[in-house]
Write a protein that binds this ligand. Structure first.
Ligand SMILES: [Zn+2]
Length: 299
């Protein structure tokens, strides 16, 4: 299979998996599997690194951010308002931070909210889209790199008060490696904010038409996300499965900790598998299949 690679489970190293589907959003190849040992959801096989780089630099904005090519000034929801409120809610003082790294900033629409709230802080970003990097630079944001897989962390040991990873961890090649880097760059009293789609709370979302995406290499739930943190030496201050801002979002406030052993229970796998199976049964009816065929020419 050209452009595809096989990977073992990033959490437990196992290759014993259950296949969930082969196609996802936009009819693109999306081979979701569940690890039978630890319950982690991930793509296997998945696009190679080179294929993903091409997609993020050349194609991603066309699918997901068509507005970056226009100057229409579209007013959108700001996703960093919940971040700010959630930090405050947990007794933290976001206004005291002086150095912020935003991983996967997009066009800066979200970060702009924080810059207005905390103007004295220095802002850094990692962002693959050239168009978005240009916008961010224009806002005074320092660009650390294009990709979390580069060694951006080496020169920034214990440098940041706040690291933001809003809906990015599920896009990475290796979430444990990414969190190890975050651990390295956090100050001893620094915090990171991680938010991902919650695969135990996808609500009415259609899995095959929306939820499963070729760009989402991982499908976390409250169990697997904590496994990643434990393996990376991250301490969880709080982890929540949704709130009034977003019911389908799993978010965590974390800091440097110690690596710890992880105990996997069969329930982590069976709970996720049962939920996916139940939803997919409804989406694999003849009418649904025909609709997908008309739309994408795939079943
Ligand atoms: Zn596993």
């Amino acid at each position: 299979m050209k452009d595809f690679e096989f990977v073992s489970c990033a959490v437990c190293g196992s290759d014993d998996t259950d296949k969930i589907c082969d196609r996802g959003q936009f009819g693109l190849p999306t081979h979701v599997v569940l690890c039978k040992t630890c319950g982690l959801g991930y793509l296997n096989p998945r696009w190679t690194k080179d294929r993903y780089i091409h997609f993020y630099t050349e194609e991603y904005d066309k699918y997901y951010r068509p507005e970056v090519y226009t100057n229409k000034g579209i007013s959108r929801v700001n996703y960093y308002l919940p971040l700010y409120k959630r930090l405050q809610h947990h007794g933290l003082s976001p206004n005291d931070v002086t150095s912020v790294l935003d991983i996967g900033s997009g066009d800066g629409n979200n970060l702009n909210y924080l810059i207005q709230q905390i103007p004295k802080a220095t802002y850094y970003a990692i962002e693959p889209s050239a168009q978005c990097r240009e916008t961010l630079s224009g806002m005074g944001v320092n660009i650390l790199g294009t990709d979390v897989d580069i060694n951006f962390h080496k020169d920034f040991e214990s440098a940041f008060d706040l690291v933001i990873m809003r809906h990015v961890l599920e896009h990475f090649a290796d979430p444990v490696d990414a969190m190890c880097k975050v651990r390295h760059i956090l100050k001893d009293d620094g915090i990171a904010y991680v938010a991902v789609p919650n695969n135990l709370k996808f609500g009415n979302s259609k899995l095959l038409d929306n939820w499963f995406r070729v760009v989402h290499t991982y499908y976390f739930n409250v169990h697997s996300l904590q496994h990643v943190f434990a393996k990376a030496g991250i301490e969880v201050l709080d982890i929540q499965e949704g709130d009034q801002h977003n019911q389908r979002e799993l978010f965590a406030i974390i800091r440097k900790g110690k690596t710890s052993d992880v105990t996997y229970t069969p329930n982590h796998y069976t709970q996720q598998k049962a939920l996916f199976d139940k939803k997919l049964k409804g989406e694999r009816g003849l009418l649904q299949k025909l609709k997908r065929w008309v739309k994408y020419r795939v079943l």
